[in-house]
Ligand binder design. Structure first.
Ligand SMILES: O=c1ccn([C@@H]2O[C@H](COP(=O)(O)OP(=O)(O)O[C@H]3OC[C@@H](O)[C@H](O)[C@H]3O)[C@@H](O)[C@H]2O)c(=O)[nH]1
Length: 448
């Protein structure tokens, strides 16, 4: 592999990698400190203002003789192996990153899903930030249940700056109160169905109501959020050259006929049902992600999230775990929706966040299932909540809603193999952690 750099004075205008006969080119303005330029060129850069001489003499190219040099002069060859660049680690970092971005276009990133273009050039800001090893990260839906836990984890890294965009439809500022005012944190009231202009390196795109009662409340808005919201975030990723992760859902499998569900299963979804604003919406969002990847080279990641629970879920969120815990604490009957034999697999939120970050940081586009394969019927879940939280409570069978999936369990072979991820927290250990948070928020003390 060899590298050709076009530069003038201490400004680099672009570079070309030659790998196995293939050229990977990028145009990018990069200002390097003089000492780095000297190291690259092997002599001190000088600027000659006369245009012809500028082209012939002072526009230096460092290249293999195999590369067409567009009329630039060859000064020396640099084989791009670590040993030749280790003396200048900052430059090595920039070109390694650049090389990774460019090879993405030529390598198959997900089996047959090949990008036809290299990823868009990251903003100059991102470039300079790599010298400080900083990442500016946008989390849409960051005031929500999973989003706020993700923000906590990202903020633990002192090199991250986090921007949250949330319209507070289901999220709450309260979930982020410990970060408000922090110099590395910014909170914007923003609806993703409108475009957003920010300079970021990574986008975690979570924004969308996730509880069936909320997403069915305004289905047109839900599908707009999934389709227009994802289009807007992909447009942003394209403009600033950011990597984008979509939190898709196990609902893309609909009422699955394959059990457990591997990522290769195409699903069994009702396209005109009451849940389709969400499940079909997320399916379109996945399509958009892959089309932007194939057509524009955008770096994408897709997580298919299975049922998740933990502290900060909305108390009256309507989902089964939050419902059962709130009911148990309020001494109300646990409402099992008929027939009660339908199954779900519940993942504790810290495991979920860990999986999302691994996916973002790794090299696989996905889609990858992130969920806990421990599978329970709703009757079993009610009995567990009763046993752990309130043994005197009644379990009551109530009517179900249309199109409720009868079974759901993730096949996490890919997550284990590709991300080295698997959940650590069992349902019986996670429920008491959520109970403690609900007790605090409901003001219900534990009986002695
Ligand atoms: O009070 C209740 C609430 C729900 N249920 C049952 O519990 C099961 C789970 O329902 P939930 O509302 O918690 O969530 P669902 O599994 O239907 O949807 C979820 O799927 C995965 C995620 O992407 C989403 O967060 C959410 O859409 C359903 O079978 C439902 O009928 C009850 O038995 N009692």
């Amino acid at each position: 592999m060899s590298l050709c750099i076009l530069c003038f004075g201490n400004l680099v205008y672009g570079w070309t990698f030659l790998v196995k006969g293939q050229k990977l080119q990028n145009r990018r303005l990069l200002k390097l400190p003089k000492k780095h330029m000297m190291w690259l060129l092997g002599f001190e850069p000088s600027i000659d203002r006369k245009p012809q001489r500028r082209r012939l003499l002072q526009s230096y190219a460092i290249a293999s003789h195999k590369l067409p040099l567009h009329g630039y002069q060859v000064h020396r060859k640099i084989p791009l192996v670590s040993s030749s660049l280790t003396c200048c680690p900052k430059i090595l970092r920039v070109f390694k990153l650049e090389f990774r971005l460019l090879t993405m276009a030529s390598n198959a990133s997900n089996g047959e899903h090949k990008a036809t273009k290299p990823p868009p050039t990251p903003s100059p800001l991102r470039n300079s930030k790599f010298f400080q090893s900083n990442m500016r990260i946008l989390v849409t839906g960051g005031a929500g249940f999973i989003g706020s836990h993700l923000v906590d984890k990202l903020m633990e890294n002192e090199k991250n700056e986090v921007i949250v965009a949330d319209n507070y439809f289901t999220g709450s500022k309260d979930n982020l109160r410990k970060w408000i005012g922090h110099p590395r944190f910014e909170l914007i009231r923003h609806d993703v169905t409108e475009s957003l202009l920010v300079e970021v390196d990574q986008i975690y795109h979570l924004a969308c109501p996730a509880s069936p009662i909320f997403y069915k409340h305004n289905p047109v808005k839900t599908i707009k959020t999934n389709v227009i919201g994802t289009l807007n975030m992909l447009g942003l990723a394209k403009r600033v050259g950011a990597r984008i992760l979509l939190t898709s859902t196990s609902e893309v499998y609909g009422d699955p006929l394959v059990h457990p569900q591997p990522e290769s299963y195409w699903g069994n979804v009702n396209p005109i049902g009451v849940r389709s604003c969400y499940d079909e919406g997320k399916r379109v969002a996945e399509t958009l992600m892959f089309d932007y990847h194939r057509q524009h080279g955008i770096e994408i990641r897709i997580a298919r999230i299975f049922n998740t629970y933990g502290p900060r879920m909305n108390i009256d969120d309507g989902r089964v775990v939050s419902n059962f815990i709130a009911q148990a604490l309020r001494d109300e009957p646990l409402t099992v929706q008929a027939p009660g034999t339908q199954t779900r697999s519940f993942c504790y939120v810290s495991d979920m966040v860990d999986g999302l970050i691994r996916l973002m940081e790794g090299e696989n586009t996905g889609p990858i299932n992130i969920g806990n394969p421990g599978e329970f019927t709703m009757i079993e879940l009610a009995e567990t909540v009763k046993e752990l939280i309130n043994p005197n409570i009644e379990i009551k069978m109530v009517e179900n809603t249309p199109d409720d999936p009868r079974q759901r369990k993730p096949d996490i072979t890919n997550a284990k193999k590709l991300l080295g991820w698997e959940p650590k927290i069992k349902l019986r250990d996670g429920l008491p952690l959520m109970e403690a948070d609900f007790r605090l928020r409901l003001g219900v003390a534990k009986k002695a």
